[in-house]
Design a protein around this ligand. Structure first.
Ligand code: RP5
Length: 186
């Protein structure tokens, strides 16, 4: 079982694997790692390229479930085959993060990922959307994990409160809010 050291310093079971096609993807994906580990979800990171180290990518995917992983997040740019190759070799859910990189600005990565042939799906978040990949991974784990579900619900409550606070500021400026949302004039 893979282990990961969380913020508390306690060694946790790693449930999410974050696989990147290159170390140049790591600064982006650190956001996903940080969010999940701050919620007590153990993560491990692997650099494995579908093109440069295909054997490593396949070997990881084939053994991922036995290693105790429950979700795979895969980030790649350009002709982004990594998420699809991993999905071809595991039945774990694979969440892909296409990079907004290269001369096509990420359209190449996005289309390479979303146009999987029927039978081998990958979930795809937005370009560079590392945070959404982490949140989607948490949603999957939350199906059977009350602690992660509570973290997600609390995150949503805080997010909603921040939006409502923006409406309160509009009111202070005499600009709104428009009805019939919360805080609107009756
Ligand atoms: C992909 O090619 C990687 O995922 C990365 O996004 C992109 C460029 O890789 P480097 O040339 O920076 O190693 O495989």
């Amino acid at each position: 079982m893979p282990a990961a050291r969380g913020e508390s310093g306690v060694v946790e079971r790693a449930r999410v694997a974050i696989v990147v096609g290159s170390d140049s993807d790591l600064p982006l994906m650190k956001e996903a790692y940080d969010l999940l580990t701050s919620w007590g979800v153990g993560c491990r990171v692997l650099v494995a390229s579908a093109h440069r180290t295909p054997e490593d990518a396949v070997s990881f995917a084939r053994g991922a479930r036995e290693q105790g992983f429950e979700v795979v997040i895969a980030c790649a740019g350009l002709a982004a085959h990594l998420p699809g190759v991993l999905a071809a070799h595991t039945t774990l859910p694979v969440i892909a993060v296409p990079r907004a990189a290269g001369s096509l600005g990420g359209l190449d990565a996005l289309l390479s990922i979303v146009q999987m042939p029927p039978g081998v799906p990958v979930a795809c978040v937005g370009l560079d959307a590392a945070k959404n990949a982490a949140l989607l991974a948490a949603s999957i784990l939350a199906v059977n994990d009350a602690a992660v579900r509570e973290r997600l619900e609390s995150f949503r409550r805080e997010q909603a409160a921040a939006v409502r606070e923006k409406n309160a500021r509009l009111a202070g400026w005499g600009m709104g809010p428009a009805g019939p949302g919360p805080g609107a004039p009756a």
